[in-house]
Design a protein around this ligand. Structure first.
Ligand code: AMP
Length: 395
């Protein structure tokens, strides 16, 4: 079956068309500036990329353009849209959805009802779904939720120590995010370790970053919380803070709740500390040139990653595998070395030479001789995971 995976953002729509018989990606691409003017980049393996501007007034217009390119005589990879058996939609937040699900009226009504706790990602994902459903009404549309992976966490891992009535009234709890990525790499690590009951810590370190502890194939804790703002510092997000810091800033700077949220979301993290960039590559380059704040930003990141790894080892009473994934985890060799240095008490040590020379884009084991914890770099593939769930629910 051919499956189209769609990831809709506020002004963007990413797509990948999979042939699930071979597991191959037939084409993928990105629509940008939806609702502003519009542009698309369309890629096919082994062929030259194609790009054009277009009038994309909404997500429906974007998906219409995607389908016209996928079926185009010259640029296309399928003869007709009828070849697409199902569409998988990425949802960052699924609230209490415990598993991926075929999206019907009830599911969409529920997802609309939780927009208040998911104001950034909810509306575009729903609009992306509605656009696709309007254009492809007769095939299954499946929602895959980043939060589902955490739906089996125990109460004590997700209830915050605030008045319990607030949890009951407003569903304020740890939800966890990036679950589709953690699920993918944790399953791979479990396989590589050859132990179904393995205790695994997965570090998804990219523009957004989160760390998850998995035992027996189930997440038991994760660093992101009520929103993707919690946990380790990120490109522009602060990550965890003393809870009084935001209200103190509000009073001191005369900011509203929305303004302080924006400050912690888009002006903090690596960008906020370094003042250079939200991108690790720029920060590393600045640090190499003697920029103290750039060096400090990376040190804060490493410090917080180590702290969370240590806490998860304590929670699980051990760890069998440590995984690095996503943009920083897969590419920033220095960061992997810094995180794994002086962790021998926990059984973590990597072969630093191998870490320096390991190829990008491949599954690589970095474990040093004698270390009891196996450390891996495993490229994530959330889109494939979404396609797989979609296939399983559409058969
Ligand atoms: P992601 O959100 O997973 O796409 O990750 C994006 C982030 O990965 C970028 O903002 C960079 O900070 C980081 N990144 C990508 N390539 C490299 C690299 N070669 N070295 C260090 N960081 C990288």
């Amino acid at each position: 079956m051919k499956i189209l995976v769609v990831n809709a953002g506020s002004s963007s729509l990413k797509y990948q068309l999979f042939d699930m018989d071979s597991g191959e990606v037939l084409a993928k691409g990105l629509c940008e500036r939806i609702g502003i003017d519009g542009a698309i980049t369309h890629k096919r393996p082994g062929k030259e990329d194609y790009a054009q501007t277009a009038d994309l007034k909404d997500h429906k217009a974007a998906i219409e353009l995607v389908l016209s390119l996928l079926t185009d005589a010259e640029l296309g990879v399928i003869a007709s849209a009828d070849e697409i058996g199902a569409v998988g939609h990425r949802f960052a937040h699924g609230g209490k959805m415990k598993k991926s699900a075929i999206l019907g009226e009830d599911e969409i009504a529920y997802l609309e009802s939780i927009i208040e706790i998911n104001p950034l990602h909810g509306p575009p994902a729903i609009s992306g779904f509605k656009g696709c459903k309007a254009v492809m009404p007769n095939i299954p549309h499946v929602g895959v939720f980043d939060t589902s992976y955490y739906s089996d966490m125990e109460e004590h891992a997700y209830v915050y120590p605030i008045p319990y009535e607030l949890y009951e009234k407003y569903q304020i709890r740890r939800y966890g995010f990036h679950g589709t990525s953690h699920r993918f790499v944790a399953a791979k690590a479990q396989e590589l370790v050859g132990n179904k009951n393995a205790k695994i810590i997965t570090c998804h370190l990219g523009n957004g970053s989160s760390i998850t502890a998995t035992v027996n194939g189930k997440a038991i804790d994760t660093s992101m919380g009520f929103t993707p703002q919690d946990g380790v510092p990120m490109g522009t997000r602060s990550g965890a803070l003393d809870p009084t810091v935001p209200s103190y800033i509000m009073r001191k700077e005369g900011l509203s709740a929305d303004e302080v949220e924006k400050l912690l979301n888009s002006k903090s993290g690596l960008l906020g500390v370094s003042g250079v960039s939200s991108d690790c590559r720029d920060i590393r380059a600045a640090a190499a040139n003697g920029n103290h704040r750039a060096e400090l930003a990376m040190k804060i990141l490493v410090h917080n990653i180590k702290k969370i790894i240590g806490s998860y080892v304590a929670e699980m009473n051990g760890v069998d595998a440590l995984v690095f994934t996503a943009g920083i985890g897969e590419n920033d060799r220095a960061l992997r070395a810094e995180v794994c240095r002086e962790m021998s008490y926990l059984g973590i040590a990597i072969n630093e030479e191998l870490n320096e020379s390991c190829p990008r884009g491949e599954d690589v084991e970095l474990t040093a001789v004698g270390a009891s914890v196996r450390t891996f770099v495993l490229p994530t593939n959330e889109e494939y995971m979404i396609a797989l769930d979609t296939l399983n629910l559409s058969k």
